[in-house]
Design a protein. Structure first.
Length: 256
């Protein structure tokens, strides 16, 4: 049965998609079978993994998979050991869909649609949109573990507190048993003294819940969104060093 991990926080521009895709790439390179769920209607994870426009898959996305309760029909295999349920902007209608017919438990919609394929994978990774809407609540209900990436600044700290409150509320209502796998500092700038101060405060507040690994700001990481990732090249492998450390830490926290 797969380990299900969502990468989420209700703040944009913190590297959720890059983190999801890089972790998927490195897990796949280690021989693990990975499924990526693109739960963001922007479709950035889809574009990064396929190298194609998200509209190439219109009408054949995770939204259709959920509505038909038939995910296998819509799974793509863009890379070795990586499968993908793609997204496009129609996924923005997900909240309307799950609430329109007064489902008994709308936050379990994703779980009910995907549970049949869990045994096909070692890891299922979810790239989530920067909000606390129905699709994120569904991801919390479906997940075993949560990675919360933040830039350690004042805005990131506030977003983290609100996000954890929402996770805890979902768990308390009996919808989820997800655990916080770790808080991940992203886009770190070594010379930024304010980030260092806030980062220290977050580490003191959350202790071991914060990953030891930090993702540093690198220009090439932004290019991944357009050119894709090729960790077989020396250049990309070197720039992926932070993520290599992160994946080792993830595996240690989950599998050991």
């Amino acid at each position: 049965m797969a380990y299900k991990i969502m990468v989420a926080i209700q703040k944009g521009g913190v590297g959720k998609t890059t983190t999801t895709v890089m972790v998927a790439e490195l897990l796949a390179a280690s021989g693990r079978k990975v499924l990526v769920l693109d739960l963001d209607s922007q479709g950035n994870a889809t574009q990064m993994l396929t190298g194609e426009s998200i509209y190439k898959n219109s009408g054949k996305t995770i939204f259709e998979a959920v509505k038909e309760m038939n995910p296998k029909k819509y799974i793509l295999s863009p890379k070795e050991n990586i499968d993908l349920l793609p997204s496009d902007d129609m996924l923005s209608q997900f909240d309307k869909y799950i609430y329109q017919d007064k489902r008994a438990n709308p936050v379990r919609t994703l779980y009910n649609a995907l549970r049949a394929i869990e045994s096909d994978y070692d890891y299922i990774l979810m790239d989530c949109p920067p909000n606390l809407g129905g699709i994120v609540l569904n991801a919390i209900a479906y997940s075993d573990y949560i990675i919360a990436p933040i830039n350690p600044d004042a805005f990131g700290m506030d977003a983290l507190e609100r996000f954890i409150d929402n996770v805890n509320e979902t768990i308390e209502k009996g919808h989820s048993k997800a655990e916080l796998l770790g808080i991940l500092f992203t886009l770190r700038e070594k010379r930024n003294s304010l980030e260092k101060t806030i980062g220290t405060h977050i580490r003191e507040s959350y202790g071991d819940a914060v990953f030891k690994t930090e993702i540093h700001k690198r220009a090439r990481l932004k290019e991944f969104a357009f050119a894709g990732v090729d960790i077989s090249t020396k250049k990309d492998l070197k720039l992926s060093s932070d993520y290599i450390d992160l994946v080792e830490e993830i595996v240690e926290r989950i599998e050991v």
